[in-house]
Structures are given as structure tokens and as C-alpha cells.
Design a protein around this ligand. Structure first.
Ligand code: F6P
Length: 559
């Protein structure tokens, strides 16, 4: 058999610049090895708005919460493996109580592995920077979901000030002149430049966890030039998929004076060169939350008895933050279509929607919450009765253990994002199904659809077709489920979060080596070095691989 056609290869394989075979599963040890061997003297500082552990005061006691955040679930295992410092907003009501005099606390609390350094924000700062510019401006700007972005001058001022505050903390935490700084997400578009000004030798890798829009959409942002300039303070800017890299490069091309070298995926601006690369994010493998899970049968019994479901019923599950980008009402509309076209399923099918409240003080989020509640009530009146509720909406925070139990209990998981950078729920569902059963229904507008080709790929704007996909999922024969799930699991196993982080750190290491080489100060040269060494790595990796006709032999025999 010849090599599979390019369009059938998942995008990560087409773009992968990781110096290992795609069939190798990365582990925390491998990532630590990359750090020890390639970045032996580097200190790793990560910065994100959301903290990995929140301490809240409840009934006079300190309660620990792991927030519902794809960013946290991806990065927490990475930080556990590389033992650096994570700087984040201390937003919990008891966060102040557990830090030392430098606002630091060792985490995870049960088994400390790295340091959490908390930054305090006033109500006004949160209002302007987080709720305002980040979530009322950039969030709708970057997601094409027809929610109008709102840009207020006062939010922009707060955003700049808070970016500066976090940049100052990075400089304060840094022990030497050239730390590796991992900047996370759209909350910190200006921060890379601010850090670069103070620590010119730092290696700054910025990862944008959400989509980047095309340049026409981006052009409506009144501070577009400053945002692009801020991000180009980074050594590397990463996105989940090549498409978003292209959109970003196109935006720079249109609005900033720069030199773009598409061959090297590099942008030179203001005397500095930035690489723009795709790094598809993932989850840890095997996930920690799976360790304490009982068998799939027990999970099913637990959920079915908790929800008072008929044991013969089929169960669909959805898990997200209550966010208008996630297509929550859209999946209910699909269920409605299924019931209207196939009424024999009324009474036989239940949709369990777990939805953690999020950003609730913003009107768009409040409306969505109200809309969901009203929709579900009306839906259950129409299709349900005293003992049967076709949609169960649990609009509260759930811990990872409970979420994994729900994944394992379900016949199918529905991820119907209207637009999503990656979507880690899709990958978590796959990771949770060590019984190799269950079907993933996945939006074509989630980055994950580029990798998870064995899901049922749907257009969330087409409720009739999505309803048919739900039907196909709940009637799919176990053998087909197994074959699909085996292939999905192989993808998530090999492309786990350690590979994602390892790829970025390897690229960072190569850049540092280049910059430190005598006489080398040219970013473009460094970029070329990454591209050529990567090409070589890939060539060597390919030689180490089994011949292409073994690619199909990836059933999860080692799972
Ligand atoms: O990945 C997108 C993202 O906005 C993260 O940055 C964030 O942690 C997560 O979703 C949850 O949102 P928030 O931190 O605003 O609750």
C-alpha cells in the first residue's frame, strides 16, 4: 500500500515538527529528559490568567477547586513534570490565606511539584482586563459565533495595566537573565513585548489557546497593531492548527511593517524574529482522573441510578463551560430533530449536559444560561413526562472524577462547538474509554476535528444532520465503535500533552542554542536552523518508522 494521501493524514502529522516518531507516546519522563538535556540550566516560568488550584472559603473551611479550563487540564501535568513557577491570578476567596510572604504556594497541595505564584487583581482590574477586554472583546473577536465584540477604552487601559503587572511579576520571579517563559492565551497579548523589554535574553513562547480570525475580522479591533506588536515580542507564537497560524501571519502582513519568511514560518519585526508554529494541544496520557474510576459498567450504574434512568435507555453526554461558543443549545436543537424524525426514540434517549457556570457577570453569558434553562424546561415539557426528562442539565461545577464517570457511562459524547481552538473534552472522552466503546460526535469547527478523524464529524449549524449523527452513534454496532475508538485512542495516546509541550521546549532549546552560538544574533538564521533540523529530525524519524502499510496496525494493543 502506498503512503496515505496527504489530506487523509491528520493535520498534526502533516505539520509535526517533533523529533520523534509519531508512533511514540511521550511521557513525563521524556519531557523531563528534553528539559534536562536540551535546557539544562533553564528556569521555566509559565503565566496564565487562570490558576491551576483555587482555594475558596466554604462554611468557614478552605476548599480546593480545580477550575473547569482546558488550559489548566493541559498545562498542569506539564508543570508537574517540569517543576517550574506558574504565575496566575489568585481569584479564590481563600487564596490569600495559604500563600507565603512572596505570594507563593507549593502545588499540587497533596504532593507539591512546582510553585504557584499568585497575582492579586482588584475588582476594577478584573472588570476591565478579564471580563472587559479579554472576554467581551478578544473572545468574541477570535471566535466566529456572531456575538459582537465590545471594545471599551477603559477595558483596554486595564488590560495594558494588568499585562504590565504580570510582566513585572515574571521579571521579579526570574532568577537569571534568560528564563524560558511560557505565556498562555489571549489575556496576555501585550505581555511578551513587556517581558522582552526587560529580559531581552529570555526565550518567550506564547501559546494562543483560541482561534485567530482572518485579517478582515481582526481589523475591527481598535488596538490591532499594539496586539500584534505585543505578541511579536515572543520567540515563538503557537496556535493549535496551521490555519490559525496563517490567519495570524496574514494579520501581521496587513497591519505591521515586517518581513515574513513563509518558508521558515518566521516574522521579523522591529529587529527581532518570531516563529509562528502549530502545536496541537492535548491531555495527559493516561489521564490521572482515570486512575480512580471503577469499571465502565459500574460508572453506568452510578449515573443511571443517580439520574433515575431506565437501564435500557441510551445516554448522550456533553461537558463544557456554559459558553456561547460551545453550541449547547444547538445540540439540543439536534436532539429535537432526532425526536421529530424518529419519535420511537422519545422515552429511550437522555442527554446529560454538564455545564460549569462561567463568566456569569457578562450579559452574553447570563443570557446563554437563561436561554439554556428555558430551552430545557420547554423541551422536557414537550417530550418528557413525570418520570422521563430527555435533557438533564447540571449547571454547576463538577470535579474531574465525576466528569470521567459520566464519559464512561455514556453511549456517545457530543462536542458541538460553533468554533473552538482545539477542544479537550473530545480528547478526554476518548481517553476515558478504555473499554474501547462509545462514539464521539465532533464539530468540524473544533481544532480537534483535524486529528480525531474517527469521530462522527458534524456541522453544529445543521441540526437535522447532527440529529442523524446522534442516531447513528446510538445505533452503531459495537465492532465499529471498537475500531473507531481504538484508532482515536492511538491518536490521543501518541499525541499527548507531553508531546505538545516537548515540541515547544525542543524548539525553544534550538533557538537558545542558536542565539548563544558565538556571533549568532540573527533570528532568521535561528528560524532556518529550526526548520532544517526539524526536517532532518523528521527524515530520521521516518526512517525509524515501520513501512507505511503498517500505519493501519495501530489498534490499541498496548492500552
Ligand atoms: O482555553 C480558553 C480559556 O479561555 C482558557 O484561557 C481558560 O482558562 C478557559 O478557557 C476557561 O475560561 P476562564 O478562565 O475564563 O474561566
Amino acid at each position: 500500500m502506498d503512503e496515505p494521501p496527504r489530506q487523509l493524514l491528520p493535520e498534526f502529522e502533516q505539520n509535526s515538527r517533533v523529533a520523534d516518531s509519531p508512533l511514540t507516546a511521550w511521557s513525563p519522563e521524556m519531557m523531563r529528559h528534553v528539559i534536562d538535556s536540551e535546557l539544562p540550566d533553564a528556569e521555566i516560568i509559565l503565566v496564565s490568567n487562570r490558576e491551576p488550584y483555587i482555594h475558596n472559603l466554604k462554611d468557614g473551611k478552605v476548599e480546593l477547586i480545580v477550575p473547569a479550563s482546558g488550559l489548566v487540564s493541559a498545562l498542569e501535568p506539564v508543570m508537574r513534570a517540569c517543576a517550574g513557577t506558574w504565575i496566575a491570578h489568585g481569584g479564590g476567596t481563600a487564596d490569600h490565606m495559604v500563600v507565603d510572604e512572596h505570594d507563593r504556594v507549593p502545588v499540587p497541595p497533596s504532593r507539591p511539584a512546582y510553585t504557584l505564584s499568585r497575582v492579586w487583581l482588584s475588582e476594577e482590574e478584573q472588570e476591565g482586563y478579564y471580563l472587559g477586554f479579554a472576554n467581551d472583546g478578544l473572545w468574541p473577536l477570535c471566535h466566529i459565533v456572531f456575538t459582537r465584540p465590545v471594545f471599551r477604552e477603559s477595558d483596554w487601559e486595564a488590560y495594558k495595566a494588568v499585562n504590565q503587572k504580570f510582566a513585572d511579576r515574571i521579571v521579579k520571579e526570574a532568577r537569571g537573565p534568560d528564563p524560558v517563559v511560557l505565556v498562555q492565551d489571549y489575556h496576555f497579548a501585550l505581555l511578551p513585548r513587556m517581558v522582552r523589554d526587560k529580559l531581552p535574553e529570555a526565550t518567550i513562547i506564547t501559546f494562543w489557546h483560541i482561534p485567530w480570525p482572518n485579517s478582515e475580522v481582526f481589523s475591527i479591533c481598535p488596538w490591532r497593531e499594539q496586539i500584534l506588536d505585543g505578541l511579536l515580542g515572543s520567540s515563538i507564537v503557537g496556535f493549535h492548527i496551521q490555519f490559525h497560524c496563517n490567519n495570524f501571519t496574514e494579520s501581521v502582513d496587513r497591519f505591521l511593517e515586517s518581513r515574513i519568511e513563509r518558508e521558515h514560518s518566521s516574522i521579523s519585526h522591529g529587529g527581532q524574529t518570531t516563529l509562528v508554529h502549530p502545536y496541537p494541544i492535548s491531555i495527559e496520557w493516561p489521564p490521572m482522573a482515570l486512575q480512580s474510576q471503577p469499571s465502565v459498567e459500574e460508572c453506568r450504574e452510578t449515573i443511571f441510578s443517580r439520574l433515575h434512568l431506565d437501564p435500557r435507555a441510551r445516554l448522550l453526554v456533553g461537558v463544557e463551560r456554559l459558553d456561547y461558543t460551545k453550541g449547547i443549545v444547538d445540540r439540543f436543537l439536534a436532539l429535537e430533530q432526532l425526536f421529530l424524525r424518529h419519535p420511537e426514540w422519545i422515552g429511550q434517549l437522555v442527554f446529560l449536559q454538564i455545564a460549569a457556570p462561567s463568566r456569569g457577570t457578562l450579559p452574553a453569558y447570563r443570557h446563554l444560561h437563561e436561554e439554556c434553562l428555558a430551552f430545557v424546561e420547554d423541551f422536557n415539557d414537550r417530550f418528557g413526562n413525570d418520570t422521563y426528562r430527555p435533557i438533564v442539565l447540571l449547571d454547576e461545577h463538577h470535579n474531574q472524577g465525576d466528569i470521567y464517570t459520566a464519559y464512561r457511562a455514556a453511549d456517545a459524547c457530543v462536542v458541538s462547538s460553533l468554533h473552538d481552538g482545539m477542544n479537550l473534552v473530545a480528547k478526554e472522552f476518548v481517553a476515558s474509554r478504555d473499554d474501547e466503546q462509545g462514539v464521539l460526535i465532533l464539530s468540524t469547527f473544533a481544532g480537534a476535528s483535524r486529528e480525531l478523524l474517527d469521530a462522527l464529524i458534524v456541522n453544529p449549524f445543521d441540526p437535522a444532520a447532527m440529529g442523524e449523527a446522534m442516531l447513528r452513534a446510538i445505533t452503531m454496532p459495537p465492532d465499529e465503535q471498537r475500531e473507531r475508538m481504538q484508532r482515536l485512542r492511538e491518536v490521543v495516546r501518541t499525541n499527548n500533552v507531553y508531546r505538545w509541550a516537548g515540541a515547544m521546549l525542543q524548539d525553544a532549546a534550538r533557538l537558545r542554542k542558536r542565539h548563544r552560538a558565538p556571533g549568532a544574533d540573527n533570528g532568521t538564521e535561528a528560524a532556518a536552523a529550526i526548520v532544517s533540523s526539524t526536517f532532518l529530525d523528521r527524515l530520521l524519524a521516518r526512517r525509524r518508522q515501520p513501512p507505511p502499510n503498517n500505519v493501519g496496525r495501530r489498534a490499541g494493543s498496548r492500552n
